[in-house]
Design a binder for this molecule. Sequence first.
Ligand code: ASP
Length: 322
Amino acid sequence: MKIKSLLCASSLLLVTSVAAQDYPTKQISLAIPFAAGGPTDTLGRNLAVVMTQQLKQQVIVENVPGAGGTIAPARLTKAKPDGYSLLLHHIGMSTAPALYRKLSFNPLTDFEYVGQVADVPMTVIAKTGLPPDNLVELIAYVKKNKEKLNLGNAGLGAASHLCGLLFMSRIEANIQTIPYNGTAPAMTALMGGQIDLMCDQTTNTTQQIKSGRVKVYGVTTAQRVPSLSMVPTMAEQGMKGFEVSVWHGIYAPKGTPKPVVDKLVAALQTSVQDAQFKSRIGELGAQAVSKDKATPDALAKHLKAEIEKWGPIIQKAGTYAD
Ligand code: ASP
């Protein structure tokens, strides 16, 4: 009996390692935790193009939005650990543990890490009809009209939620927030005048800012963003230390074989150095990470540090969901 189960286990191991050596032999799904057409989706689709070239199998983007981006990682924990189900997620992986009382996954123990992908600045924007013309005017206007204004975001745990939270706490004015499945639908609502304000990533706002379909009040990075060089930083306008940069990483289900992860890491490292990928996302304000950050170890370390950074800030702000 013992011999039989040993044989079974070793043949299973053999099948797994042969499968891992051949990987990939079919298309790979890259889940995006927010709606199609938004910032994470845009980054994911650009990455999928280069990863497809590298892996010689189609990488398809699959939008799995909901609950501020927590549905997609929860789903990944139930996926087969074979390298055909992956997830692209952002800073929300590090804020979710503090924001959600009942989270069905643990970002630190339930995944294999592939590596970091890119950093994306954010912008504070408004519908075109909003009267203020600069940040100083905006702050005064929001403080005076806080009962009437609202702020769109992509749900509790989204980058837009986090940035909006920080903005409201800095100016000490709470306004109503309206959650969407992603900032793509929130952007439609903003341009349609149904919502007043939003804090969103440049991958979703650059074109709307340049075409004048939204008003912009500042970028959330220490330096101006080259592709939006006409937009001042928040610090330049007096809001020192208001810095939010949205980092991204690729995750695989726990137990994905090491040879498979190694192949994904190699493909990711080549992708983040790819000139076309860099320039396509660069036009939208995003910056691909350096090769040494596109590793499991770098992502694991960064995630842990970010969980430790945001936990106390979120606890102080007192925003929770079940
Ligand atoms: N990244 C989200 C999206 O793609 C938005 C957010 O995090 O604020 O819609």
